[in-house]
Design a protein around this ligand. Structure first.
Ligand code: KG4
Ligand code: ZN
Length: 337
């Protein structure tokens, strides 16, 4: 007898996107029935960053709409997964409460999902489970996190290094703000860097590669942002507002981040003798990072829509943990893997 199609609803409100997705798993095949992301970018653009209480209000408003778009018939849902952390606490609670009420209404189990684990497991959305061999080293790079995680299996993780200050995506967002580019900074920086023409590249900018030669697996990106700020302040108005300067600065910032991420990840992969390297998180959508990583090693990386925040990864993570028994429900803004 064929196994029943199992339908999982995922919900994520950890930051500024309201996300709901419906996955169907059948014979280990994952099918995405819907993947809805309602972005608040326009709202937060004015401030150059996310305002948690504004984001919370938007989640409250958007959740019923996003859910309706993602799910045609709530009676079909077998399981619900919701992000419980890490993230912005007022935002997390919106998703949790919505999911909890729904679970009670349709009498289906609710699973609390770790957002960082979901970014890692996003790699299994459109890939065979067996194609990734363990142990693996995972680089999770997003707006809130930058960490290296040793993964022995699904559900078995050890954090071996993380950022001591700003996350890589946060660094991009802050540098974009200095250079008067739009929010979120990562895609804006990548686009400006891609326009740099080396032929008329007269502005030589060299930024630091923080902690690149240190033996540990930690990162630090706040000094990089400060180096950009100092350089920017020393330039005459005419130069720093020029496209050439902005593009050169974006290119060098992006390269500095990429150099550090690749070097440290490959070092961890060698030291721990892993069989696979996995990337995840919003910054893993960066084209140059993907390209340069692939030149150096075989890496697994989700397609771009599953790198940035989405609920399909949350639904899949819930599916993997469906037998776990969570006794209490809590939003944990600092939840660790
Ligand atoms: O995973 P994500 O959507 O949210 C968090 O969990 O934080 O990551 C958002 C971060 C932002 O800092 C954004 O600037 C960055 O990912 N990002 C990128 C790109 N797309 C998003 N950074 C570099 N290049 C990109 N293409
Ligand atoms: Zn994320």
């Amino acid at each position: 007898m064929a196994a029943k199609n199992f339908k999982i609803l995922g919900i994520d409100t950890s930051c500024d996107d309201t996300c709901a997705a419906l996955l169907e798993v059948n014979n280990r095949q994952v099918k995405i029935l819907s993947n809805v992301v309602s972005s608040q970018v326009k709202l937060h653009q004015k401030y150059g960053g996310v305002y948690p209480f504004l984001a919370k209000r938007e989640h409250q408003k958007n959740l019923p709409l996003v859910f309706k778009k993602a799910v045609k018939d709530a009676a079909e849902i077998d399981l619900i997964g919701v992000t419980a952390g890490p993230g912005l606490e007022p935002c997390l609670w919106q998703g949790i409460n919505f999911a909890k009420d729904l679970a009670e209404k349709i009498k289906k189990p609710l699973i609390l999902v770790n957002h960082i684990e979901a970014h890692i497991l996003a790699n299994f959305i459109d890939r065979e489970l067996a194609s990734i061999k363990f142990p693996a080293i995972c680089l999770v790079v997003s707006g809130g996190h930058t960490g290296l995680i040793l993964m022995k299996d699904i559900g078995k993780y050890k954090l071996i290094g993380e950022t001591r200050d700003d996350a890589a995506g946060e660094c991009f967002d802050k540098v974009a703000r200095i250079l008067d580019l739009s929010y979120p900074g990562g895609p804006a920086i990548a686009a400006a860097a891609a326009k740099l023409q080396i032929t008329n590249y007269k502005l030589q900018i060299t930024l630091p590669r923080p902690m690149i030669n240190q033996k540990n697996y930690d990162f630090s990106f706040s000094g990089l942002k400060t180096a950009v700020l100092y350089n920017y302040r020393t330039q005459p108005e005419k130069i720093r507002k020029s496209k050439k300067y902005v593009r050169a600065m974006c290119s060098e910032t992006q390269q500095a981040v990429i150099d550090v991420l690749i070097r440290k990840t490959l070092k961890a992969a060698r030291d721990y003798k892993v069989k696979s390297i996995i990337l995840g998180g919003g910054v893993a959508a960066n084209e140059e990072l993907r390209k340069q990583f692939k030149k150096k090693a075989e890496v697994f990386v989700p397609s771009k829509v599953f790198c940035t925040d989405n609920a399909a990864m949350v639904a899949l993570t819930a599916f993997f943990h469906r037998s776990d028994n969570f006794k209490s429900i809590k939003a944990e803004s600092n939840l660790r893997i």
